[in-house]
Design a protein around this ligand. Structure first.
Ligand code: IMP
Ligand code: MG
Length: 181
């Protein structure tokens, strides 16, 4: 039962939880130094919360920060321009930083964030993007820790929105368009 009949499930809660656990274990095996997780808001908030707890279970001791960037406005097409709406407060000098985002599409948002944190003297800046849509990349950037490759659809749920709606869905889905089976 989705509770939202017009939305088709792409990745269900169990599949999501399995991937979050695997990502947390992969990060922990890399033995990060003074790990700082930076959740790129808003879309990453649910993935970030799940990942922080999965990292605890996997034996890591991350700190959390929040970076609010905007590039989409309220539509579904990127404007290409990235703005800092709220910056992080912690010093990143000498730390292993992981930027957490919901989905890596053009890559402009995460490239902007990675360059900004790297310039401040982080030891490393890695990317954990829950979904990867590699066909749409405009910037030279890859995800180091990925949940799933995402089909070429506009997806919602698990933090991701369409015009501010559907972030609360516990699964990831899409609104079927004409031609979808
Ligand atoms: P980009 O990689 O700079 O193009 O931007 C990625 C950001 O755009 C993500 O963090 C999401 O907030 C948003 N985004 C991209 N594709 C989708 C989608 O299919 N559904 C919901 N949000 C999306
Ligand atoms: Mg986002």
């Amino acid at each position: 039962m989705t509770g939202s009949p017009e939305i088709r499930v792409l990745f269900d809660e169990e599949a999501i939880a399995n991937r979050v656990k695997a990502i947390a274990e992969a990060i922990s095996q890399d033995k990060p130094h003074n790990l700082l997780l930076v959740a790129v808001l808003k879309g990453s908030f649910i993935f970030a919360a799940d990942l922080a707890r999965a990292l605890h279970r996997a034996g890591s001791v991350p700190e959390m920060e929040f970076l609010h960037l905007s590039s989409y406005g309220s539509g579904t097409v990127s404007s290409g321009e990235v703005k800092v709406l709220r910056d992080i407060e912690s010093d990143v000098t000498g730390r292993d930083v992981i930027l957490i985002d919901d989905i890596l599409e053009s890559g402009r948002t995460l490239k902007f964030a990675r360059d900004m944190i790297a310039k401040r003297g982080a030891k490393s800046v890695r990317i954990a993007a829950f979904l990867d849509k590699p066909g749409h990349r405009k910037a030279d950037i890859q995800s180091d820790y990925t949940g799933f490759d995402c089909p070429d659809k506009f997806v919602v749920g698990y933090g991701m929105d369409m015009g501010h709606a559907w972030r609360q869905l516990p699964f990831i889905g899409y609104v079927p368009q004409e031609g979808d089976e």
